[in-house]
Write a protein that binds this ligand. Structure first.
Ligand code: SAH
Length: 479
């Protein structure tokens, strides 16, 4: 079966890697299941309360002086800093917060957010991503970037931007894979867009960076990767990356971490699902009594859908940050040239109710011990397409295609064959399971290890989309 898969797809860009068959790092691959396909269930009937309509005229009371926690405060002392912070927002605002605000605080709160202070990836962490599964993933993304650079006319200077680079593994493997193509690597200035100081440090290490300004202690400065001699800079947002150069942007499992608003159809129409605190100090869902600001994005999203798509749904998720980010990104590509590659799990249409929490490779309740589990939601690829097209007439959008099609067309089958030829038995095992997890669908048929560790393929659950400047034509492998 593996052999059949190895040869079933024709490579379009394999030539970039065919000269290399080194195995820089095989021990990244771990072998237990990525995640199950089951969704965490929110029992709507008993967990969501309808808030009473508020009176039209209200009297504002300054409550700031009333909060004076004493030694005998009723706050449960076991609450984490983040839980106290979330309860504080709800308390002082005098009402619930949106699911999006909760998600944003849980993931990226500057003091205690899930991503902020630690390494959450890999077998020891909470979840594993494709770049951590096998070096081949970053190498294939590198092939894609080099092909686009060729289509761009091999510019002398290019910004290569990665959004949410995690441990920096994808970029390190991309540079390893491209190291023989000096014209390409010498044209690059790498920009890592990362909100987590801890992960910035890890990325700095993965890219084997040396700092150019040795007097500054901060990682937020110009460094150079000794993997390729390429300058590397870090930024908290895409807006901070300098404009004016052709740009290649990579976003792998970044969009799914952007906060989503959830709406539920009720007898009064669509209401936003919010998060409040019960009298006994537990988080719970409530429905907004009146339209919330995010309703504007819901209306925008619904306009892009055909009526039948929305009619059948009782819940809808919208991600304004994804729409806004895509708008910014597409405008930049429209003006500066280049393209973006987005790979994530999601749907090519309206997403209903996908938000999930994963801790130590298991699904947990979204409201349980926030900050200790990853929160992520399906990416709405159709909305990305519409946002990009709305932003600029100079860009075209391609895909989504499955990760399996994407990697197969770029030559992963030939790459794995080349790597297998120079591998030990242990490395070969690791390569096969890594390959299966990247391009397979369901459980790996060749697996002989413990049943609970069988590799589950991500090949069709993950999809790839490209947004490119029209001058570049259609990007490989989306023809
Ligand atoms: N691309 C990596 C990591 C995916 S996890 C991989 O595939 O392994 C999401 C990444 O995005 C993390 O690095 C996280 O710190 C970063 N991130 C999440 N939200 C962010 C935001 N709003 N701004 C910048 N970085 C963010």
């Amino acid at each position: 079966m593996l052999r059949k898969l190895l040869f079933q797809q024709t490579p379009k860009a394999y030539r970039f890697l065919s000269t290399q068959s080194t195995l820089p790092s095989l021990n990244k691959c771990s072998v237990f299941s990525y995640c199950s396909s089951s969704q965490p269930e929110i029992p709507l009937s008993n967990s969501i309360e309808q808030l009473q309509d508020q009176p039209k005229s209200t009297i504002s009371i300054d409550r700031s002086g009333l909060y004076n926690p004493s030694e005998h405060s009723h706050e449960p002392s076991s609450d984490s800093e983040l839980v106290k912070h979330l309860k504080g927002i709800i308390k002082f605002r005098g009402g619930p917060i949106s699911v999006a605000e909760y998600m944003e605080e849980v993931l990226t709160n500057p003091k205690a957010g899930f991503y902020i202070n630690r390494d959450v990836f890999g077998a020891e962490g909470d979840f594993i991503t494709s770049p951590e599964v096998s070096q081949m993933f970053g190498e294939m993304v590198g092939v894609w970037a080099m092909c686009l650079w060729e289509q761009m006319g091999q510019p002398k200077r290019v910004n290569l931007v990665e959004l949410g680079p995690g441990r920096g593994t994808l970029m390190a493997d991309l540079l390893h894979g491209a190291s023989k193509f000096k014209n390409f690597t010498e044209s690059l200035h790498i920009h890592m867009v990362e909100c987590s100081p801890a992960l910035q440090k890890l990325q700095h290490r993965s890219l084997k960076c040396v700092d150019e300004d040795s007097t500054s202690e901060d990682v937020d400065k110009r460094s150079r990767s000794t993997l390729s001699g390429t300058p590397v800079s870090w930024h908290a947002t895409l807006e901070q990356v300098p404009t004016g150069l052709p740009t290649i942007i990579i976003a792998h499992e970044f969009y799914d971490a952007l906060p989503v608003h959830q709406f539920q159809r009720g007898f009064r129409g669509w209401c936003e699902k919010m998060i409040d605190v019960t009298d006994d100090s537990l988080f719970h869902f409530v429905l907004s009594p009146q339209p919330t600001p995010a309703t504007l994005y819901l209306m925008k999203r619904c306009k892009w859908a055909v009526p039948e798509e929305v009619e059948k749904l009782n819940q809808i998720e919208v991600c304004p940050k994804a729409m806004d980010l895509t708008y910014t990104l597409a405008k930049r590509i429209g003006v500066d040239g280049g393209g973006a590659l987005i790979i994530d799990y999601g749907l090519n249409g309206v997403v209903s109710d996908s938000l999930q929490a994963i801790r130590k490779h298991k699904f947990v309740n979204i409201l349980d011990n926030p900050g200790s589990a990853d929160l992520s939601a399906y990416v709405d690829f159709a909305s990305i397409k519409h946002s990009a097209e709305e932003a600029s007439d100079d860009v075209s959008v391609h895909g989504p295609i499955t990760q399996s099609q994407f990697l197969g067309s770029l030559g992963i089958n030939f790459r794995v064959e080349a790597l297998l030829q120079n591998s030990t038995d242990e490395q070969a095992e690791s390569l096969r399971s890594g390959y299966w997890r990247l391009v397979g669908d369901g459980e790996a048929p060749f697996w002989e290890g413990p049943e609970e560790q069988v590799p589950i393929g991500m090949g069709t659950r993950y999809t790839a989309m490209a947004i490119v400047n029209k001058k570049q034509g259609i990007p490989i492998p989306f023809e």
